[in-house]
Design a protein around this ligand. Structure first.
Ligand code: A3P
Length: 280
């Protein structure tokens, strides 16, 4: 994996996530008002983060991902005075235990896996913190085997699906945000318990549109403190196309068949997966 990835508990991580940090996750001391922003990579994490940061008077601090860095991480997080919004790409089982016992609020964002795969393929190609990749076909095989950073998309979703009815967890869909962003923003603000007026909702929707976010990323310099994905602090690598259904430009009919067969097998008992039938 060209030295930029390492395996921990059978899952590939970036070397930016040290083994020391990964093995001490359970020593993280969650606060009751912490909010976790959880996703498989390329599912719309930056989008939701921007929505939350744009809420007027939210009095929150968006931190870097919990799994990014070394064991000094938790000391660093202790210094945050305001309500912390902490991103992560961890599977449910690896989430620090105090987050579960304190029932912290968790927003899990999920995106149809074919578009996620295409987006991750481009991330692999453009992001120096990820291994070099030859072809789309070779990447797709790795994706289906779960031989990519943060492991299998299927296993990630299944680990979170078990908790989809927990009252502290809000599941968001990328495709639903594309369809009706204002409605999605309302869901998020209501879940966080923050009142936002109709006109403020519209302002947030405008600010968090794909074009607006992409343009702002091009204007800003990368800011280490404003890192949402543990795989890069360069926002220019994030806003690529922002579309639903781009997978059609990549999958051959054979690749689609192989993908769908595995999907059917793996997601047989998944209710969340049924949502994606419209997007395959
Ligand atoms: P594409 O590569 O398909 O364009 P993450 O934030 O989890 O890394 O996900 C990145 C994906 O979300 C990218 O997908 C990116 O373009 C898309 N994205 C980010 N902001 C968006 C927005 N405001 N609207 C739509 N898509 C957005």
């Amino acid at each position: 994996h060209s030295g930029v990835l390492h395996k921990f508990k059978g899952i590939l991580f970036s070397t930016l996530s040290s083994e020391g940090l990964l093995s001490s996750l359970d020593s993280f001391d969650a606060r009751e008002d912490d909010v976790f922003l959880v996703s498989y990579p390329k599912s719309g994490t930056h989008w939701i983060a921007e929505v939350i940061e744009s809420i007027p008077n939210a009095r929150i601090t968006l931190t870097s991902p919990i799994e990014l860095g070394d064991i000094s991480k938790f000391e660093e997080l202790k210094l945050v005075c305001k309500r912390r919004v902490i991103p992560t790409h961890l599977i449910y089982d690896m989430l620090p235990v105090t987050i579960k016992t304190k029932q912290c609020k968790i927003i899990y964002i999920v995106r149809n896996p074919k578009d996620t795969a295409v987006s991750l393929y481009h991330y692999y190609r453009d992001n120096p913190n990820l291994p070099c990749i030859d072809t789309w076909a070779a990447f797709l095989e790795k994706f289906l085997r779960g031989d990519v950073v943060y492991g299998s998309w299927f296993d990630h979703l299944l680990s979170w699906e078990e908790h989809k009815n927990d009252k502290n967890i809000l599941i968001m869909f990328y495709e639903e945000m594309k369809k009706d962003l204002s409605k999605s923003i309302k869901k998020i603000t209501a879940f966080l318990g923050i009142y936002v007026s109709e006109s403020e909702i519209n302002k947030i929707a405008w600010k968090t549109s794909f074009s607006e976010m992409k343009n702002n990323a091009a204007r800003e310099d990368s800011d280490q403190k404003h890192t949402i994905c543990a795989l890069t602090s360069n926002r220019n690598l994030v806003f690529r196309k922002g579309a639903v259904g781009d997978w059609i430009n990549y999958f051959t009919s054979k690749q689609k068949r192989v993908f769908d067969e595995l999907f059917t097998k793996k997601m047989k008992h998944s209710e969340l997966a049924r949502y994606f039938e419209d997007y395959s």
